[in-house]
Write a protein that binds this ligand. Structure first.
Ligand code: SF4
Length: 282
């Protein structure tokens, strides 16, 4: 069986914490670490693909079990015969390990221990210098000291952060992400991340009675990114996504994907206004 590059089913390995997908973006196997097997998040984004999403935080993580699962999966997916049977040509390598769960991973109290377990197993599998490490976060807890220590450790391990920012004002964050904490705090969250670790802004745009990022909100979004960039942080750029997969939220039927042309035009506008690299994925 060749894993479909669109199949991001987190049950693919049949394990509690670890899953894997063949990733178009990474051109290889991306091993995922899901710290929210309870499908709980402190946000509720209208485009969220987590089935049965509930409000809450990560449960207590059984770190020894997670490490055993990771060791088993890394051994399996780095075997040449496995890669030949399951991944298409050009994607037969373990490209990265992503801490990307069915909820907000930084809400796990054991995040620091999990990073150490990943570092050990990445090294043991002989992948320490070839396999990237990414933390995908909504940034909402980046002001907390344990999360900041984890960001610093991630940087030491050569990793990077993808920090979500979908809006340019308080109303947009409330509407799109159900986040009541406002744009100023989201901007600070980005600074917390980018001042500690190489960071990409991850932005998803779509049409919901009009484009979700436009007009004064787009201007404020670009101004915030430009300021964080000019503050000599490690802000690397913007990952701009369209609506590629169906939402599991009640608003799903109201959301429409932007065309590739619209996404590219928006990406070019953000790049012009911020001076940052913008990578567009339709
Ligand atoms: S932050 Fe991620 S997991 Fe949480 S609701 Fe938004 S898309 Fe879903």
């Amino acid at each position: 069986m060749t894993l479909d590059t669109r199949d991001h089913d987190r049950g693919s390995a049949g394990l509690e914490y670890i899953y894997y997908v063949v990733s178009r973006r990474a051109r290889g196997v991306s091993v995922g670490v899901n710290l929210n097997p309870n499908n709980a998040c402190n946000w509720r984004c209208v485009y969220c693909q987590v089935p049965g999403l509930s409000a809450g935080r990560a449960p207590a993580i059984d770190v020894p079990r997670l490490e055993r699962e990771l060791a088993e999966v890394l051994e399996r997916v780095s075997t040449p015969s496995w890669l030949e049977a399951h991944a298409p040509e050009g994607a037969r390598r373990v490209a990265d390990i992503a801490i990307a769960g069915n909820g907000e991973p930084t809400s796990a109290r054991e995040l620091g221990e999990v990073l150490e377990a990943i570092a050990r197993q990445r090294y043991a599998a002989g992948l320490a210098t070839t396999c990237g490490l990414t933390l995908i976060t909504n940034g909402s807890l980046a002001h907390q000291a344990p999360v900041q220590r984890a960001l610093e450790r991630l940087a030491e391990l050569g990793g990077e952060v993808w920090c979500k920012l979908d809006a340019g004002d308080d109303a947009g964050l409330a509407r799109i992400n159900s986040s009541a904490t406002g744009f100023a705090r989201a901007r600070r969250a980005l600074e917390h991340c980018a001042s500690r670790c190489p960071t990409w802004v991850q932005t998803l745009v779509f049409d919901w009675n009009g484009p979700t990022l436009a007009g004064p909100a787009l201007e404020q979004y670009c101004a915030a990114l430009r300021e964080v960039h000019e503050a000599r942080t490690q802000l690397r750029g913007v990952l701009l996504y369209g609506l590629a997969r169906p939402s599991h939220q009640p608003e799903a039927a109201q959301l429409r994907a932007l065309s590739e042309h619209e996404l590219q035009a928006l990406g070019a506008e953000i790049a012009r206004a911020t001076g940052l690299e913008v990578r567009v994925s339709a």
